[in-house]
Design a protein around this ligand. Structure first.
Ligand SMILES: [Zn+2]
Ligand SMILES: [Zn+2]
Length: 430
């Protein structure tokens, strides 16, 4: 971006900052759980309409017919050229906030099971929405600097990974302009406010949930010879599954196989009929995912067979359908975005990011026709002094999903708006 344009952007962002920070604090104080983003989405939609976007609200269709999708699609057409999507998520987490901030959330809601839970924007999706609205304002103001179509996407239910799917299934890429690029950012405390980070290729893991029912034959605990003990078989399976990561996978590519739940039996002296295992699997590529899932099946079935379980009582292995694939940043797009970030923020403020084993349904946008290149970059949100102390002394620095996660609003939002605006301007430059 030429220097003059850069100064212009800096000044425009500075002008909007007070109002964006006020919006942030309002959103932070009024978080809503996944699929319940009624007020947040209404705010986002109203803001986009005010500045001239053609807005569709309540967009999306969940699997469960009773749920309303609060998806927002705001379109700004500005001549010929590519179409860029910018996505924000809008939902908060069931966490009791413990930041002590003056604008902390005190929201409590009753869940479907009747339990009362606190609600907190502990993943910073309130930061994302504020940056998103700032970016929408900047690009509306700077229309003479770009040509093409901008689609601002407010996605519900990221934390429960139903939102992207709901919007795609409702025809996001067919009812609205087809995307050439899809961008997003995520905040965190790995970087101080004022900095952004990027990484090409896999940046977030794919997540699968696997349920295994190990079937044996129950009987008296004192007569094991007449039973086929599923607890022992399942125990051997749990141990053998550890060899997938340690012996089968490339040590250079991170993989996780965790057995998070093991349930069987009712009493000391009864051998049960079944044992139930629940696993979470994290992988960085589709090929690696297939390999791990195949190994789980092979090992589980093999151990049951070795124990003498007949084929008609073989273990039942179920991979949950609501899996999320790995988030893979398109390398070419990511390098282009990174160069724009360096021009927009200064080289010293753009750092190499690192992949993490968390998951995101942002990954799904890359898999839907026309399979657009996607790029998510990291937005530093940590208090720079605390970040420095954490680096030097190892002091604890709470990050996303912590009750104490406390982004510093002003520099984080300023940097986010400048970063995302610079990235879009690069992709839609005249
Ligand atoms: Zn999260
Ligand atoms: Zn998040």
């Amino acid at each position: 971006m030429p220097l003059l344009a850069q100064n212009d952007l800096d000044q425009r962002v500075a002008k909007e900052l007070d109002s964006l920070v006020a919006t942030y604090k309002h959103l932070h104080e009024n978080p809503e759980l996944s699929t319940q983003e009624k007020e947040s989405s209404a705010l986002v939609a109203a803001e986009l309409r005010k500045i001239g976007y053609d807005v569709t609200d309540h967009f999306g269709q969940y699997d469960s017919p009773g749920l309303i999708s609060y998806g927002i699609v705001g379109v700004l057409r500005n001549g010929s050229g590519p179409t860029v999507y910018v996505r924000t998520d809008m939902d908060a987490l069931p966490i009791v906030e413990n930041t002590g901030l003056p604008y902390a959330s005190h929201v409590k809601v009753k869940r479907a099971d009747g339990a009362e839970v606190g609600v907190m924007h502990a993943c910073g999706h309130d930061i994302h929405m504020s940056v998103f609205l700032g970016t929408a304002r900047m690009l509306a103001q700077l229309k003479q600097q770009w040509s093409g179509t901008l689609v601002m996407l407010g996605q519900p239910a990221e934390e429960t990974v139903g939102g992207a799917h709901a919007m795609l299934r409702a025809g996001l890429f067919t009812k609205f302009p087809k995307p050439d690029y899809v961008l997003a950012l995520h905040d965190g405390s790995d970087l101080p406010a004022g900095k952004v980070g990027w990484h090409e290729g896999s940046i977030l893991a794919g997540a699968d949930s696997v349920d295994i029912i190990v079937r044996g034959y129950g009987g008296h605990g004192a007569a094991p010879q007449r039973a086929k003990d599923p607890i022992l078989i399942a125990s051997e399976i749990v141990v053998a599954l550890q060899t997938i990561v340690s012996r089968e996978m490339d040590p250079q590519i991170p993989t996780v196989v965790t057995v998070g739940s093991f349930h069987a039996g009712t009493k000391h002296n009864i051998i049960p009929d079944e044992a139930h295992l629940q696993l979470t699997v994290r992988t960085m590529t589709p090929v690696q995912r297939e390999k791990v899932l195949a190994a789980i099946t092979r090992i589980t079935k093999g151990i049951a067979a070795a124990a003498g379980v007949p084929a008609d009582r073989a273990p039942i292995i179920e991979v949950a359908k609501d899996n999320v694939p790995a988030t893979i940043n398109n390398p070419e797009l990511t390098r282009r975005v990174a160069a724009a970030l360096e021009r927009g923020l200064g080289k010293e403020n753009v750092l190499p990011g690192e992949p993490a084993m968390a998951s995101e349904d942002f990954s799904l946008y890359a898999l839907e026709d026309p399979k657009p290149p996607i790029c998510m970059f990291h937005l530093g949100a940590a208090d720079p002094a605390k970040w420095q102390a954490a680096k030097e002394t190892g002091a604890r620095l709470p990050g996303p999903h912590s009750a104490e996660f406390a982004p510093v609003p002003e520099p984080t939002i300023r940097t986010g708006v400048k970063a995302m605006t610079s990235a879009v301007l690069e992709l839609l430059k005249k």
